[in-house]
Design a protein around this ligand. Structure first.
Ligand SMILES: Nc1ncnc2c1ncn2[C@@H]1O[C@H](COP(=O)(O)OP(=O)(O)O)[C@@H](O)[C@H]1O
Ligand SMILES: [Mg+2]
Length: 386
């Protein structure tokens, strides 16, 4: 399979590594973390790679302090969630490290899921979240394939739709049977699969834990825990609700999205474009696809993105806020977007600098004061990164 270079991610990573003694790349399984780390080799005089899922590498790290302290150059510790015991040592090494030695940690679970990680590394670590391929990697001319198959490199680059579909099935299985249990989370694989599949049916909707709990026959708290696991392993995006002044009228549920549309489509058993366009979730799927694309284009962290809605009906798919910048996005799978009263309410209530109506047509154009139609095909041209 051909390699797709990821120059933007490499540049971002090199910059982070020039500032911080420890950089952590977090992202779902198979998004390309290890491959990206290996692509850094030309930027460092020497590179040491330890994969904590490889028994030989584990043996080399049997006495971690002895193994790690003399090393210089780039020291990569892969699948770091496997050994949270290493974090206190890394912290010590980071504090006394000589210039010229850098740690790059790769992990497929957020640090909240890994016991003790956040505390030991606080303040010393720069983070980068890596997703699969995005529009900038594959080019907008491939956006239909990216939408159907998703951005996991192997799924996107597969020979044809059928083999991509098969690969995604195997991926889901190995996450359920191998990766989640390896995090020490005792969750039965079949219950977790049912839950993930139900989430696919809720994709783009307000999260209703009690309803899912009833459907699965488990308590709300358990359902919440399942959700935290899928969010923490970057498989599901949860948009928390933004509270405006009229808190009583604000819808308080988060919205959930299966983060990768390829996995969404596999869970919904949509094999082809024809399957996808005939399915009732096609609009929600496209919405999730656009939200990922926007998040990536802006360079927004997860905690900079929100959803917003009022019980009276006004709502906004995505509210992106950094410092004083406030952008709104409403996603419509149409090529003739129109301004709605709900958009005007969102513009005013959230004091947006601008509201973009992201649509499937060919052109971006102003619609009215503060509201702009943004063609997804023009996203990389018409939306400025933060
Ligand atoms: N930029 C890329 N171009 C082509 N294939 C890639 C790219 N990045 C990753 N892959 C392939 O995707 C798979 C997963 O990549 P890997 O780096 O192992 O992911 P991770 O470390 O996040 O689990 C591997 O088979 C790898 O060869
Ligand atoms: Mg890896």
């Amino acid at each position: 399979m051909a390699m797709l270079p990821r120059p933007f991610d490499i540049a971002a990573l090199v910059e982070l590594l020039s500032d911080a003694p420890i950089v952590t790349i977090l992202g779902a399984r198979q998004v390309g973390k290890t491959t990206l780390a290996r692509a850094l080799a030309p930027h460092f005089p020497e590179v040491h790679h330890f994969d904590l899922e490889d028994p030989e590498d584990l043996a080399r790290l049997a006495v971690p302090k002895q193994a790690l302290s003399p090393l210089r150059g780039l020291i990569v510790i892969d699948e770091v969630q496997r050994q949270p015991e290493l974090f206190p040592l890394l912290r010590v090494l980071a504090d006394r490290i000589e210039p010229g030695a850098r740690f790059l940690l790769l992990g497929s679970a957020s640090l909240d899921l890994v016991r003790g990680a956040s505390e030991s590394l606080a303040g010393r670590v720069a983070f980068m979240e890596l997703g699969g391929f995005g529009l900038a990697d594959v080019g907008v001319e491939s956006s239909q394939t990216l939408w159907l198959r998703g951005g996991l490199p192997r799924a996107f680059l597969a020979r044809d739709d059928a083999s991509s579909y098969r690969w995604r099935g195997d991926y889901i299985q190995s996450v359920l049977e191998r990766d989640l249990p390896a995090l020490g989370l005792r969750l039965p694989a079949d219950a977790m699969r049912r839950f993930w599949t139900m989430l696919a049916h809720y994709h783009g909707q307000a999260w209703n834990g009690s309803e899912l709990g009833r459907a699965m026959g488990v308590p709300d708290a358990k359902v919440r825990q399942h959700l935290d696991v899928l969010v923490g392993t970057f498989l599901v995006r949860r948009l928390e609700p933004w509270f405006t002044n009229d808190a009583k009228r604000v819808v308080k549920s988060p919205k959930v999205y299966v983060a990768d549309t390829g996995l969404l489509h596999r869970l919904l058993q949509l094999r082809t474009h024809a399957d996808l366009t005939a399915h009732p979730k096609v609009g929600a799927s496209w919405e999730g696809f656009c939200i990922e694309a926007i998040a990536r284009r802006l360079g927004a962290r997860r905690d900079e993105l929100w959803t917003w809605g009022l019980h009276s009906g006004a709502e906004l798919d995505l509210f992106a806020k950094r410092g004083t910048q406030r952008l709104g996005f409403e996603v419509k799978l149409t090529d003739a977007p129109r301004v709605t009263p709900s958009m005007r309410s969102a513009l005013a209530a959230l004091k947006l600098d601008r509201l973009y109506v992201v649509h499937a047509g060919a052109h971006s154009f102003p619609m009215e004061d503060g509201i702009q139609a943004l063609a997804l095909s023009r996203l990389l041209v018409d939306l400025e990164p933060w």
